[in-house]
Ligand binder design. Structure first.
Ligand code: HEM
Length: 400
């Protein structure tokens, strides 16, 4: 992780790659990937395991927009697999023994690095010849070139892996939560439908622009509520630069402090009945007291706040539109999913969901068959270590 001036400069370059004009360019790429995914889910004869499928979709979006990858299904699945296993081993005891969580995590990180270095070399040649493929990586390389900066291959690689990592797991967690909450509340889907109808955007293959997406007020409220109710990341660390008092407790200078995003939202006086999923709490008319700077901290805050938040919100809005105008969906199981919270929020059972294209009747489904459409693990390397990470996860059943 970079610090000080280096961090500030790197952040400035990355943020430019997510400004309005850049996002506008990314919309058709994102829309196309989502359209393909949603069509696949709708066409499936069996329930779809949403969590792994959303992860694969978010990885496709992230890799296309961030690094300009256009790869085969197999390659994307393989990379998703490497990232998933690196993340799985993130919270491991610091014991570097064969088969330990740390060793597994490092194994997958090394595989990602090797793969990425290869891609960066090819991209570098392209950029040196004046090429610009419009993705975030070529933006970073071109900015460095124009400013006469020498970003080492290692720095570029670290930035790209950080973006891919920070960008796709978080967004797929929120995408899964969006699908889950909307499955549980068809009246919300109905209102999304009305929002699309009002703006003439109900046709499934109609291309969208950033401006049109921005006008979808209710869709915006739904996404905001998903991010409030199910913040993908639980919290973050800070170091106290000087002593301070909070809630009657003294925190001495130099202490590491963990701020909790979920608790901030749940304990906030601002949100009435915070446990309820209610997009109407965000209408301009009914909005509760205006938010203070740190009432909603899904994307953190301060100089290390998320740089990809507009990109993430745009993805979630596009997904909400693509889903609503193509299909209806319901949970395949009767019970509410158990949620896990580490290293990120996700449904323990993967969230099997039955998708049905609009206009077609939902197929009967045998719950005992256990036959789901999900990300195949067939790309796993023969040489991969056995997974036996230590995890601090706890099954918690939550109120929807
Ligand atoms: C729903 C999706 C997302 C959520 C909930 C989320 C949340 C967060 C949070 C909580 C932080 C830490 C902020 C802090 O320490 O105060 C963060 C940092 C970061 N996020 Fe995101 N993020 C999301 C999507 C993305 C995307 C799509 C990208 C990039 C493509 C991204 C890139 C980053 C980076 C690079 C940082 C580190 C920023 C820094 O240290 O300056 N995130 N994010």
């Amino acid at each position: 992780m970079s610090n000080g001036e280096e961090h500030r400069l790197r952040r400035k370059v990355i943020m430019k790659a997510f400004n309005y004009e850049a996002l506008e360019r990314y919309v058709p790429i994102m829309q196309e990937i989502m359209r393909e995914s949603v069509q696949r889910w709708c066409g499936a004869a069996q329930p779809v395991m949403v969590w792994p499928m959303a992860r694969e979709m978010a990885f496709r979006v992230a890799s296309a927009v961030l690094v300009g990858f256009q790869h085969s299904d197999e390659e994307i699945q393989h990379l998703t697999f490497l990232f998933t296993n690196m993340v799985k081993n993130l919270f491991s005891l610091p014991v570097k023994l064969p088969g330990s969580g740390l060793s597994n995590g490092l194994f997958y990180r090394k595989a990602i690095d090797e793969w990425m270095m290869n891609h960066i070399q090819r991209k570098k040649e392209f950029v040196l010849q004046g090429g610009d493929s419009g993705d975030v990586l070529s933006h970073i390389m071109n900015t460095a070139k124009d400013n006469g900066e020498k970003l080492s291959d290692q720095e570029i690689q670290d930035t790209v892996v950080e973006l891919l990592f920070a960008g796709h797991e978080t967004t797929s967690s929120a995408a899964t939560s969006l699908i889950m909450h909307l499955a549980l509340q068809p009246q919300v889907v109905q209102k999304v439908h009305e929002d699309l109808e009002k703006h003439g955007l109900l046709q499934p293959d109609q291309p969208l622009s950033l401006e049109q997406v921005g006008r979808l007020t209710y869709v915006g409220q739904v996404v905001k509520e998903v991010l409030r109710r199910r913040p993908p990341i639980g919290g973050g660390y800070r170091r106290a630069l000087k002593s301070f008092e909070i809630g009657g407790f003294q925190v001495p200078e130099g202490w590491a402090v963990l701020y909790s995003i979920r608790d901030t939202h749940e304990a906030s006086q601002i949100f009435s009945s915070p446990e309820l999923f209610d997009p109407d709490r965000w209408t301009p008319e009914t909005s509760q007291a205006p938010l203070a700077r740190y009432d909603m901290v899904t994307f953190g805050g301060g100089p290390r706040a998320c740089v990809g938040k507009e990109f993430a919100k745009l993805q979630l809005k596009l997904l909400c539109v693509e889903l609503t105008r193509r299909c209806r969906w319901k949970l395949a199981e009767d019970k509410l999913p158990d949620m896990k919270f580490l290293p990120i929020v996700y449904p323990a059972g993967g969230l099997p969901v039955i998708f049905t294209p609009i206009g077609r009747k939902s197929q009967p489904y045998d719950r005992n068959k256990n036959d789901f459409l999900h990300e195949k693990e067939r790309t796993r390397d023969k040489g991969s270590p056995v997974l036996c990470s230590v995890s601090f996860e706890k099954d918690i059943n939550v109120a929807m």
